[in-house]
Design a protein around this ligand. Structure first.
Ligand code: FAD
Length: 481
């Protein structure tokens, strides 16, 4: 990734500006740039003040994804220049310095990103450069899917039915072959100098046990999933104690694999009878939820920060720092909550079922604003995603489009008993409870004193009382609406 001493190349190069699309396979912007016949340079800009700048855990993943991208590009003769700075100034000055003829990128869908990209496009065109953008992130772009009345969808099922019926809007593009390497004189930052991986302390030391980063690894995970757990996905996707899901989310979040590649391979697995159709469709419908989240983000630009249901602006949230701190540390005294929050801290990921339970606990039992939970997840998830995270938090909080009704409040004890019946998941992440039998493990405060572990806290709240309190809080905005 270091710059190479040389002179300006001629003919003028094309720059591919990588963002959340860190891959060679099925990358429409990269393919189009290479097809233009111009020599190609890759660029990645780290804008720490950017709209969706990666949080701590995702920075760790980003380091590996950039190493892998740089290696992959280099193998085909394309150099990746990495620079830290404001994205607009950096891409404009790089394209000027490179005497580039064109800049290629894949589109983003948050309002601020769209506006920034439009501005950059305008500047490039004014300077006589071409600017080409593509859909590399979604099966269908948010403006391609319309309800019967011609507007955006707010409810998932009809959105999914439409997406299923029309299918992906483009064909997958293959990985590019070798190119003639362009000689250039651009300096690139050194990835190590960005310090994307924590050192003192290295709180991510267990991440490497969980994640191997790169396109091959993502493809391998997909194959392993389709060859195994996918056949039982409908049932096992809800059990946090086993690996019943694909764990492709961090790769999707940074674009190390494309949703179209996942879609096509899954359809093939269904047609080749590797997996039953029902299970395959269930998995594809989760990819559909990701598409729906982007649809919502595009059509509701304030979604990352403001509730989609306006009445929630007046919700009587509580500013309970002590409770929030206990939640973040996994010290609430409620086993499934603590297991989930510790899984998140140790691995950078949390099982979807448990994400729903811990989020419900935070916004309903503790009445902490969903935005605080969303921010914590953003900082600690390797798969933090601009659309999925906000949409999911709003869904759990009951204030989003097509959200779970607010009055459906998860009981973390019965959820634990139902989805982690043997307590394996809790035992893995909360070793203080490892000796408790399954019958006691989800409510240790009810266990006989003789076996109750002394080093595990009592619950910080009463689950029944806080449930009632949450319903009253909801009633207050319902009657005010
Ligand atoms: P699989 O079950 O294998 O599903 C495959 C893919 O489908 C996932 O990788 C993901 O891209 C997509 N998907 C699955 N479930 C959902 C869903 N409910 N909503 C949207 N897309 C989905 N997902 C993120 O990618 N980033 C986030 O920041 C994020 N934050 C969340 C916050 C909360 C409070 C909740 C309840 C869920 C959140 N999710 C988020 C959704 C979901 O939990 C994860 O996508 C899923 O757990 C990832 O695991 P997997 O790849 O094994 O999923």
């Amino acid at each position: 990734m270091t710059g190479q001493p040389a002179r300006h190349a001629s003919p003028q190069p094309a720059i591919v500006w990588f963002r959340r699309d860190l891959r060679l396979l099925d990358n429409p912007a990269l393919s189009a740039a290479l097809a233009s016949g111009r020599p190609v340079l890759g660029a990645y800009i780290l804008d720490r003040d950017g709209f969706f700048a990666a949080g701590g855990a995702q920075r760790w993943f980003l380091a590996g994804a950039l190493e892998s991208l740089s290696r992959g590009l280099s193998e085909i003769g394309v150099d990746l220049i990495i620079r830290e700075g404001g994205e607009k100034d950096t891409i404009l000055s790089l394209s000027r310095a490179a005497n580039a003829a064109a800049v290629y990128w894949n589109r983003r869908y948050a309002r601020a990103e769209i506006e920034s990209d439009q501005q950059i496009k305008g500047h490039l065109k004014k300077s006589g450069l071409e600017a080409h953008s593509f859909n590399g992130a979604l099966l269908r772009e948010p403006f391609e899917i319309k309800s019967k009345t011609g507007g955006p969808y707010r409810v998932y099922t009809p959105f999914w039915n439409t997406l299923r019926a029309i299918g992906p809007g483009r064909r997958e593009v293959g990985a590019p072959g070798p190119q003639k390497r362009i000689t250039h004189s651009f300096s690139s930052d050194r990835l190590e100098d960005w310090r994307l991986r924590p050192t003192t302390p290295n709180w991510a030391k267990e991440f490497a046990d969980e994640w191997r980063i790169g396109e091959q690894e993502a493809a391998g995970r997909l194959d392993a999933f389709l060859g195994g757990p996918a056949a039982r996905y409908g049932e096992e996707r809800n059990l946090p104690g086993i690996r019943g899901t694909s764990q492709l989310s961090p790769y999707l979040a940074l674009g190390v694999i494309s949703p179209l590649t996942i879609w096509n391979r899954t359809e093939r697995a269904i047609s080749e009878r590797m997996i039953p159709e029902g299970e395959g469709l269930k998995f594809l419908s989760e990819i559909g939820w990701r598409e729906f989240a982007y649809h919502l983000l595009y059509h509701n630009p304030t979604m990352p920060t403001a509730p989609l249901r306006a009445q929630f602006e007046h919700f009587p949230w509580r500013d309970d720092e002590a409770a929030f701190g206990a939640w973040t540390r996994g010290e609430t005294g409620v086993p499934i909550i603590d297991a989930g929050m510790r899984e998140l801290w140790r691995t950078g990921w949390m099982h979807n079922r448990v994400r729903m339970i811990v989020a419900s606990f935070l916004v309903k039992n503790l009445l902490v604003p969903w935005q605080k939970g969303e921010r914590w997840f953003w900082e600690t998830l390797v798969d933090a995603d601009p659309a999925n995270n906000a949409a999911s938090w709003q869904w759990v909080a009951g204030c989003g489009a097509d959200a779970a009704p607010y009055f459906r409040i998860f009981n973390p004890v019965s959820q634990g008993e139902k989805f982690d019946p043997n307590g394996d998941y809790v035992r893995r992440f909360v070793p203080e409870l490892a000796r408790l039998p399954a019958a006691e493990i989800h409510a240790p405060w009810k266990a006989p004193t003789a076996i109750r572990p002394g080093d595990y806290p009592a619950p910080i709240i009463d689950l029944d009382q806080t449930r009632k309190r949450a319903l009253e809080a909801y009633q207050s905005i319902k009657s005010a609406a």
